[in-house]
Design a protein around this ligand. Structure first.
Ligand SMILES: Nc1ncnc2c1ncn2[C@@H]1O[C@H](COP(=O)(O)OP(=O)(O)OP(=O)(O)O)[C@@H](O)[C@H]1O
Ligand SMILES: [Mg+2]
Length: 231
C-alpha cells in the first residue's frame, strides 16, 4: 500500500503547522506506523525540532528536508511513497510559495491549523482558494481545519468560531488547546507523550486528532513490525 499523505498548510505564520505535524507524526510512530515528516519549510523548524532531541530519547520519526524542491516537492515526495505508511508534509507560511500548492497535489488530506482569533482567521481564508484550485486536479483531496491554541469559554473564541463557515472547509472534531506543554515539547525535540502526567490533557488531544485522521484516511492498524518470540 502506498503511503497516505497529509499536508499541513496555512499561509498564516505561527498557526501551528509544525506543532501539528510533529505531534501527529510522533503519535503515529508510537503506534507502530512507518512515518516520515517532509520538512518543506526553508525555516527548517521540523528538522531542528527532531535534531533537538537527546540521544537517549530520539524523536520517533525521520525528517527529510525538501524545501529546496519548491514547486517540484510533489515529485520528490512520491519517491518515498512505497517506504512509509503515512507521510506528513510541513509547509512554509509564505503565501507566494509554490510549495503548499505542490504538496497538495500529492496529498490525500490537508490539515489547516488555525488559531481561533478573528485576525488570524481572516489572514488564513486565502488557503481556501489554494485548496479549491488544487482540488480541480487532485479531486480526492480531503480537508479539515484544526483549531489550535484554543482557549475555550472566551468571548473572542466564540466570535472567531462565527468566521469558520467562510472557509467552506469542514472543521475537525479534535482540537488542540493553548498549553505550555506544546512549547516545551518543541524545545526538547519531543512529542507530548514523553512528558507523562503533566501532559495528560495534551496527550488526549493529539491522540484524538490521530484517531480522526486515521479514520478519514481509512488507514488500518499497523501489523507489528518487531514480533518478540519467546522460547
Ligand atoms: N496548542 C499550542 N499551545 C501553546 N503553544 C503552541 C500551540 N501550538 C503551537 N504553539 C507554539 O506557537 C508557536 C508557533 O507554532 P508552530 O511553529 O507550530 O507554527 P507554524 O504554523 O509552524 O509556524 P510557521 O508559519 O512559522 O512555520 C511555537 O512557539 C509553538 O510552540
Ligand atoms: Mg512551521
Amino acid at each position: 500500500m502506498p503511503a497516505k499523505i497529509i499536508t499541513v498548510a496555512n499561509q498564516k505564520g505561527g498557526s501551528g503547522k509544525t506543532t501539528v505535524s510533529m505531534q501527529l507524526v510522533g503519535t503515529l510512530a508510537r503506534r507502530g506506523y512507518r512515518v516520515l515528516v517532509v520538512d518543506a519549510d526553508p525555516q527548517a523548524t521540523a528538522t531542528r525540532w527532531a535534531a533537538s532531541a537527546s540521544n537517549e530519547i530520539p524523536f520517533p520519526a525521520s525528517v527529510v528536508g525538501l524545501s529546496a524542491a519548491n514547486e517540484k516537492v510533489h515529485r520528490e515526495v512520491r519517491k518515498f511513497i512505497n517506504d512509509y505508511s503515512v507521510i506528513i508534509i510541513d509547509c512554509p507560511p509564505a503565501a507566494d510559495s509554490q510549495v503548499p500548492q505542490s504538496s497538495l497535489l500529492v496529498a490525500d488530506l490537508v490539515l489547516v491549523p488555525i488559531i481561533p482569533s478573528p485576525l488570524d482567521m481572516w489572514a488564513a481564508v486565502g488557503i481556501k482558494q489554494v485548496i479549491a484550485n488544487v482540488s480541480e486536479i487532485n479531486d480526492t483531496l480531503r480537508a479539515r481545519l484544526v483549531l489550535n491554541q484554543c482557549q475555550p469559554r472566551t468571548t473572542l473564541a466564540k466570535e472567531a468560531l462565527e468566521i469558520l463557515p467562510a472557509f467552506g472547509i469542514e472543521t475537525a472534531t479534535s482540537q488542540l488547546c493553548h498549553r505550555q506543554i506544546y512549547r516545551q515539547a518543541a524545545v526538547f525535540g519531543q512529542t507530548v507523550h514523553e512528558f507523562g502526567r503533566k501532559a495528560a490533557a495534551a496527550i488526549i488531544e493529539i491522540n484524538s486528532l490521530a484517531d480522526e485522521v486515521l479514520e478519514i484516511l481509512g488507514v488500518k492498524t499497523p501489523t507489528m513490525q518487531h514480533t518478540v518470540h519467546t522460547v
